[in-house]
Design a protein around this ligand. Structure first.
Ligand SMILES: Cc1cc2nc3c(=O)[nH]c(=O)nc-3n(C[C@H](O)[C@H](O)[C@H](O)COP(=O)(O)O)c2cc1C
Length: 732
């Protein structure tokens, strides 16, 4: 519920301030260069900020006939106002603080920055504009805070806020990851902007000024340059020094420091009055400097990046919001009339898109279907089929529109039984893959009236539409519905390219047939081992994905197990040398060889070895071990040439194989890992990477073994290395 409030607040606050925020961020980005421009003036004398005030006064008094005042700006450039008979040494100009010479005239204000500053402050609308800008600043503060709360929720709690964000390549990832870096500067910009506006409109409480009168202690006249206060004050502490108007004792030096103003007796050097600035004034200066970057190039750079980030957040936020809005639910039939009920758990709309495809297909087949959020679960008197489709978030938690479902499920009695199917959408990058769907499936099995037909829910990684579509086809066929469901979810057709088969090797043992295809890529299209090749066999609609390997010559290598009824594997097996093949290359950056790691361990079973065969040739720097599980000695022959060559060229340092159908000591890779626990522990400890490719079962067994190794060697918990990006998987 709270998340919903934050999300809506975040959304509506941004919408309401959109235009002003846009203008403020664009102008703010340009204005961030003002401190740089200021600092690039030639008046800056390095280290002069430590020069004592006494030294400067002495120099000026000797050099000019009369000195009126002295000012030190944020960049420690020193301005003096003097009287002189020489025309060009009269008035206010920049001086060298050590020898007092004039270095430059005060330049006229930069019209570009003047213009931008006015626009940024008031949009040229005078007082109403200033009010709008002030309110926008405050709204930006609220947007940043609600964004922070949402990011904390997304990460699974306050303590996990700084832990690694799983990069699912979504725009939401960029939104959160960038937000986490620049949130603090943005909050500072928003708060200081609000403060300056409030100050401008006198909305801040009045603070009493503290004035302390001091009695003069000495009667002795001393030279200015000997005044203790001048000797002990360096230029960097000074804002302004006004010289006495006349030699009359009633006229004093007025020295403005950063936190107080001092009245100094012009003969004795005694401080006769100290006025401490009110806190509000100090805060004003601080706010001004923080908001404008005044005096600091580094901070102005941060302000520039933050302004750009605000623009990016507005763009990415709009895309995220549009995605959510476009997946709003519309129903033609009522819940009480429908025979098909689709209930969804979705946070970002991906699940909804799949569910809506099914809803549309059922409507086109003249079926009464009702689609709703899992949280709205109730009684469905005419329901025959219930399809639950849900994603999982956080640490295996429900998405927002499904957090009440399990309680409702327990409460609502079912009067008319119906068949129930559970589909989970998740990502294998998370330790608790589709956990919420699994929980629903478990509860549904126990619920009277919900006839659950399969032992396990359908679990889908990365919103794989193909898998979902295949399920819909099987399900609708079993009901004799023959639904028409589109071949592709998005209208965008992936770009296919032509490959030529240049080699084929196969091995058959008594269990199965496995073969490799070497493909030459026309037009030398770029690919990296670990990318995926999407192949749709002729007269077929569904695409199959194969992990891509690479030969030493740079050709593409595929490793395929032939399934007796497998359409795609049979199609590929029937291809002959010189035949061509149409397919598309899909980048899979999460499974590329880690360029920086010094230790890498490859773990694979079956044809999962393919990407590693390519990766071995691509590297020379890391110490690489390959653990591979297969069935028989014969099956190893297919890959032997690649492995032998890599061992010879030392791009592979260690190779261990297990054979599950042979009578030997080690049958499965996880057993070899147990034996070689030290190698694994060293890899994890030295920030190395462990890459897994093969079956989900192998992955689960290997994970259990890796957990044990972490405990045995007193390393961090296994989840730490996963979160750290040291464990990469491509399992199916
Ligand atoms: C912050 C975050 C946490 C996630 N946590 C999990 C998780 O614990 N288990 C899982 O299987 N998937 C997890 N996922 C992946 C989503 O469930 C998956 O991307 C899903 O398709 C999103 O569907 P939706 O767009 O309908 O919300 C997470 C995604 C994000 C962004």
């Amino acid at each position: 519920m709270l998340t919903k409030i934050w999300r809506y607040s975040h959304f509506y606050l941004t919408v309401s301030s959109f235009l002003f925020l846009l203008l403020a961020a664009v102008t703010g980005a340009f204005l961030a260069f003002k401190p740089v421009q200021d600092k690039l003036q030639p008046y800056h004398i390095k280290n002069s900020e430590n020069t004592s005030l006494a030294q400067v006064i002495d120099t000026l008094k000797n050099k000019y006939e009369e000195v009126l005042d002295l000012e030190v700006d944020k960049n420690y450039f020193v301005k003096a106002t003097v009287f002189s008979m020489e025309a060009d040494l009269d008035g206010q100009f920049y001086i060298h603080p050590i020898h007092g010479n004039k270095i430059a005239d005060i330049p006229p204000k930069n019209t570009f920055f003047e213009f931008l500053t006015n626009f940024h402050r008031s949009l040229f609308l005078k007082t109403p504009g200033r009010i709008f800008v002030g309110i926008t600043s405050f709204l930006l503060f609220l947007i940043a805070i609600t964004g922070l709360l949402l990011a904390i929720k997304r990460q699974g709690g306050f303590l996990k806020f700084c832990s690694k964000i799983v990069n699912d390549k979504s725009i939401q990832y960029n939104h959160v990851a960038l937000g986490r870096i620049l949130l603090i500067p943005i909050i500072i910009i928003a708060l200081t902007g609000t403060y300056l506006s409030m100050d401008r409109f006198s909305l801040l409480p009045e603070n009493n000024v503290e004035v302390i009168e001091q009695k003069t202690s000495s009667q002795q006249n001393i030279a200015f340059s000997e005044f203790p206060i001048f000797k002990n004050t360096s230029l960097k502490e000074v804002q302004k020094l006004e010289f006495p108007f006349s030699s009359d004792e009633e006229d004093f030096f007025i020295l403005n420091l950063h936190d107080k103003e001092l009245k100094i007796h012009q003969k004795t050097g005694d401080i006769v009055q100290t006025t401490h600035y009110p806190f509000i004034q100090i805060l004003h200066t601080l706010s001004f400097n923080l908001h404008t970057g005044n005096g600091s190039i580094l901070w102005s750079l941060v302000l520039f990046l933050s302004s750009l980030a605000i623009l990016y957040f507005m763009y990415s936020g709009t895309v995220i919001a549009l995605k959510r809005l476009s997946s709003k639910t519309k129903n033609k039939h009522k819940a009480t009339d429908a025979n098909f009920i689709i209930l969804i758990g979705s946070e970002n709309g991906g699940t909804k898109r799949l569910a809506k495809t099914l809803q549309l297909a059922l409507l086109n087949a003249n079926q009464k279907v009702f689609l709703d959020d899992l949280n709205n679960y109730s009684n469905y008197p005419n329901a025959e089929q219930l399809i639950v489709i849900t994603s999982t978030y956080g640490q295996g938690e429900p998405p927002n529109n499904a957090n009440l479902f399990l309680n409702k499920l327990a409460e609502v009695k079912i009067h008319h039984p119906f068949k129930t199917h559970v589909i989970g959408l998740g990502s294998l990058s998370y330790p608790k893959f589709c956990e919420f769907a699994k929980e629903i499936h478990k509860q549904a099995l126990l619920k009277d009236g919900m006839t659950v037909t399969s032992d396990t829910p359908l679990l889908i990684h990365n919103q794989n539409y193909e898998q979902f579509r295949n399920w819909v086809i099987d399900w609708s066929n079993s009901l004799n519905l023959n639904l028409e469901i589109p071949k592709e979810l998005s209208a965008k057709k992936k770009k296919e390219i032509t490959f030529k088969i240049i080699d084929k090797q196969s091995v058959t043992d008594k269990y199965d047939e496995t073969f490799t295809l070497t493909l030459s890529v026309q037009k030398r299209k770029k690919f990296v081992p670990g990318d995926l090749l999407g192949i749709t066999p002729p007269n077929e609609t569904s695409e199959r994905l194969y992990s891509i390997g690479k030969t030493a010559k740079g050709d593409m290598l595929l490793s395929i197990k032939k399934h007796s009824h497998g359409v795609c594997s049979n199609y590929l097996n029937n291809l002959k040398i010189s035949d061509s093949l149409q397919a598309n290359i899909q980048q899979n950056k999460e499974f590329h060889f880690p360029k920086k790691a010094k230790h890498v361990v490859f773990i694979a079973n079956g044809t999962g070895i393919a990407p590693f065969l390519g990766m071995m040739h691509q590297q020379t720097k890391a110490n690489v071990s390959l653990y591979w599980g297969t069935r028989t000695y014969e099956s190893e022959n297919l890959y032997k040439p690649y492995i032998t060559e890599a061992l010879h060229t030392k791009t592979l340092n260690n190779y261990e194989a297990t054979f599950s159908k042979e009578v030997i000591e080690y049958n499965y890779v996880q057993e070899l890992l147990e034996r070689d626990h030290k190698n694994i522990a060293i890899t994890l400890k030295n920030k190395g990477t462990i890459m897994l490719c093969g079956s989900i079962n192998m992955r689960d067994d290997v994970f259990i073994q890796l957990e044990k190794i972490c405990t045995k060697h007193q390393l961090h918990p296994f989840s730490y290395y996963k979160d750290n990006g040291q464990i990469l998987t491509d399992c199916y």
